[in-house]
Ligand binder design. Structure first.
Ligand code: NAD
Length: 257
């Protein structure tokens, strides 16, 4: 059912992985889509256009607040604003704290945390004026627990969940909601890189994938981008309208341990 007909969704980092999966679910439900992210967007635009809504792409580097402002101005000009904001763009770097490059720390905080603040502050006035809105932040299990080697990522994702709570409270009496989704392992380029590092150390590819899952994710199965897309659709529905300031796990049991 096209439950989101007439709504416009902006999904940051939607040229790949989880963001693309979420964009496809939103488009299938009838939303117009503004895609964002690096790389050649033409194939991705065609994939999303298949569902019949309007599709745009803005190549903002979300580590730069001025480019985020330009993307929101584009959304206002071309689509009449953003009804559904999915803050998804994110990067990872794995190293022990004492070896962690300061430049990677700054980039992860800028992209995974500060960008969520900037796009939220710029989208909220329009949502409040229209009397409806959904802000969905793709955090992580790492917003609730730590893992070695992921100082910046874990700090940023904990920050995203804190920010989500505050925005959830500040919008509590309105028809705007703000929530975080906390995925466990999803097989995307971001995670494949971590599997490849294991393969490079001499482990068989199948075994490397199994070991990665077995260390953290009791289901021993990856969460899929389309499962995350379905959860986003639920948060956009009337049934989801009293979910506010939540951090929703979808993690094969990771955080139940
Ligand atoms: P991915 O690498 O497949 O995709 C990341 C997307 O973000 C791409 O479209 C890329 O172009 C875009 N991007 C990166 N830097 C950007 C920037 N500066 N400006 C604009 N766009 C930028 O990664 P993914 O695994 O799909 O991750 C998406 C989100 O999900 C991230 O926030 C990540 O932390 C989170 N997450 C992923 C997993 C997982 O297992 N893959 C688990 C939990 C949370």
């Amino acid at each position: 059912m096209k439950t989101l007909n007439g709504k416009t969704a902006l999904v940051t980092g939607s040229t790949s992985g989880i963001g693309l999966g979420i964009a496809l679910s939103l488009a299938k439900a009838g939303a117009n889509l503004i895609l964002n992210g690096f790389g050649d967007a033409s194939a991705v635009i065609a994939q999303v256009e298949h569902y019949g809504g309007r599709v745009g792409h803005h190549g903002a580097d979300v580590s730069d607040p001025a480019q985020i402002a330009d993307m929101l101005a584009y959304a206002e000009r071309e689509f009449g604003g953003v009804d559904i904001l999915v803050n998804n763009a994110g990067i990872q770097h794995v190293a022990a704290v004492e070896a962690f490059p300061a430049e990677r720390w700054d980039a992860i905080i800028a992209i995974n945390l500060s960008a969520v603040f900037h796009s939220t502050r710029l989208s909220l006035p329009g949502m409040k004026a229209k009397g409806w809105g959904r802000i969905i932040n793709i955090a992580s299990v790492h917003g609730q627990v730590g893992s070695v080697g992921k100082a910046a990522y874990v700090a940023a994702k904990h920050g995203v969940i804190g920010l989500t709570k505050v925005v959830g409270l500040e919008t509590a009496t309105s028809n705007v909601t703000c929530n975080a989704i906390c995925p466990g392992w999803v097989l995307t380029p971001l995670v494949q890189k971590q599997i490849d590092e294991r393969i490079a150390s001499g482990i068989d590819p199948q075994q490397a994938q199994h070991d990665l899952l077995a260390e953290k994710q009791p289901s021993l199965a990856f969460v899929t981008p389309s499962q995350l897309g379905e959860l986003v659709l639920f948060l956009c529905s009337d049934a989801g309208s009293q979910v506010r300031g939540a951090a929703w796990n979808i993690d094969g049991g990771w955080l139940a341990q």
